[in-house]
Design a protein around this ligand. Structure first.
Ligand SMILES: Nc1ncnc2c1ncn2[C@@H]1O[C@H](COP(=O)(O)OP(=O)(O)OP(=O)(O)O)[C@@H](O)[C@H]1O
Ligand SMILES: [Mg+2]
Length: 466
């Protein structure tokens, strides 16, 4: 497997020359190293990359959003002009943006690719989730700055690196759009010297050199053909041509000395995380009570877990297990919703309850301030999806109930004996929290992310209880 070395071009400031740098850097790198695979993609929605590199009018399958939705990076790549490969830009980034939270998705997706060589990523002037993903995957981040405000904004990039445990050494400032006509008195003679001094003063490292502001370069975007021309072919006589060559050489030299590559590290990290998730999950499975906490039917078997309705855990974590759907519903209806009749499995009221229960948490606990009462009282709470109380009801616990002429043991007792009762058969201080699970895969709730969510809700509920 050969992952690419990743260069991300990023700056929160708009119009500082990111796209011009990203697209031309790809061309210079390819021109300097014919055999080096160079791939380019952009999370901007201006389609400059597509305009500049697409050879055929026909679009390839997929675009950059595929990198977040399970497509293989290698399948998205199109061969473009000047020998540069590219992945189509997308006008739909805003749709996916709302759903994405994890900055490591792109790194995971690219870590499985065979792209090799160098991948250049152009970003939007915004530290949105796409930019975060591009930063997370990068061996080198080039930050174009053109003035003092754009340099101030760099702080957010450094903060992002710090907060994600990434090495700041990947970041390099590059003064861009430097107007050579401006001169100052004093030690910093021009904009380049001044920006460089500002950067060094803040502890930011710079690439060597800068990119000058050039009317010729600016004009390469605007012409009757509606094309974007490269500096290499159409701006050879500008100083920017020399400056771009120098930037490309520095990038190439860094590829030679970078070992391991960021994506190799990301892959190792992903593997380690997966192993950690798997062993945490297996440990939770080991802790499970084997049988339904109400009827005692075996649910946890060697080859998996039988369909179950609810996951239950006590707040002291001593009891973790499952309860069958019908056991839970009939118990709740009989004791807390005042059902006069037995609720059968096919009863429409079951379906209604099952539907709404998916957005609820249920809790059983000794009623508040009844620790030393002779007559035990049990409270039942219902909370919404966010862990906010919806309703509650308290009942007196009676072990034997009168049903017609016979005494019958309350169904609550076997459950409480297995969970909340102490050795004397008295309710302790902990509570039992229930959450509906998918009947196909009840153990899903024990996967790290779901389990963390359940635990967070349990903590929130704990803080609200009287
Ligand atoms: N070296 C240069 N000299 C003169 N003009 C330049 C130079 N580099 C870029 N430009 C021009 O500056 C404008 C902004 O450049 P570019 O689109 O590359 O910036 P950007 O940072 O990608 O912008 P955005 O943040 O909007 O994506 C463009 O009109 C471009 O042609
Ligand atoms: Mg741009």
């Amino acid at each position: 497997m050969s992952v690419p070395y990743v260069v991300t071009i990023s700056s929160e400031k708009g119009g500082v020359g990111k796209t011009t740098l990203a697209t031309n850097l790809a061309i210079y790198l390819k021109a300097q190293h014919e055999d080096l695979p160079v791939t380019l993609l952009s999370f901007d929605n201006h389609f400059s990359v597509d305009q500049m590199f697409r050879i055929n009018k026909q679009r390839s399958q997929g675009d950059v959003t595929g990198l977040f939705t399970g497509a293989e990076a290698d399948d998205l790549v199109e061969t473009g002009q000047y020998g540069v490969q590219f992945i189509s830009s997308s006008s739909q980034l805003h749709v996916l943006r709302r759903e994405l939270e994890d900055p490591s998705l792109l790194a995971c997706s690219l870590a499985n690719s065979q792209l090799g060589g160098i991948l250049i990523i152009d970003t939007r002037p915004d530290l949105d989730i796409y930019t975060q993903n591009a930063l997370f995957a990068a061996d080198r981040v080039i930050v174009p700055v053109k003035d003092a405000p754009s340099l101030e904004n760099c702080r957010h990039l450094y903060d992002f690196f710090d907060s994600h445990g990434l090495s700041r050494r990947a970041l390099r400032i590059l003064p861009c759009l430097v107007d050579a006509r401006i001169h100052y008195d004093g030690p910093f003679r021009d904009t380049y010297q001044l920006l460089k001094a500002y950067a060094i003063n803040r502890g930011y490292r710079c690439l060597e050199g800068y990119i000058a502001k050039s009317p010729k370069v600016e004009s390469l975007n605007t012409n009757p053909e509606g094309r974007i021309y490269p500096i290499l072919t159409h701006g050879r006589h500008t100083e920017v041509h020399v400056q771009m060559s120098h930037v490309a050489r520095q990038v190439y030299l860094h590829t030679l000395e970078t070992q391991p590559l960021r994506l190799d590290e990301a892959r190792l990290q992903t593997n380690r995380d997966q192993e950690r998730h798997q062993s945490a999950f297996e440990a939770r499975i080991q802790e499970l009570k084997q049988n339904c906490l109400v009827c005692d039917r075996p649910l946890v078997k060697a080859d998996g877990i039988e369909p179950a309705g609810y996951f239950a855990q006590s707040s002291d974590h001593k009891i973790t297990g499952f309860v069958e759907e019908d056991c839970f519903t009939s118990l709740i209806f009989r004791y807390f919703y005042g059902a006069k009749r037995t609720i059968e499995a096919h009863d429409p009221i079951q379906d209604l309850f099952r539907e709404s229960a998916q957005r609820s948490y249920f809790l059983l606990q000794r009623a508040p301030n009844t620790r030393n009462f002779y007559q035990q009282k049990l409270s039942f709470y219902r909370f919404d999806d966010k862990g906010l109380e919806v309703s509650h009801k308290t009942i007196e616990l009676q072990e034997f109930e009168k049903r017609l002429l016979n005494k019958e043991r309350s169904d609550l007792f076997p459950l409480l004996e297995r969970t909340l009762f102490d050795e004397q058969g008295r309710l302790g201080d902990s509570f039992l929290l229930f959450r509906k699970v998918s009947s196909d895969l009840p153990e899903e709730i024990l996967y790290d992310q779901n389990y963390e969510h359940f635990s967070a809700i349990m903590a929130k509920i704990t803080s609200q209880l009287p």
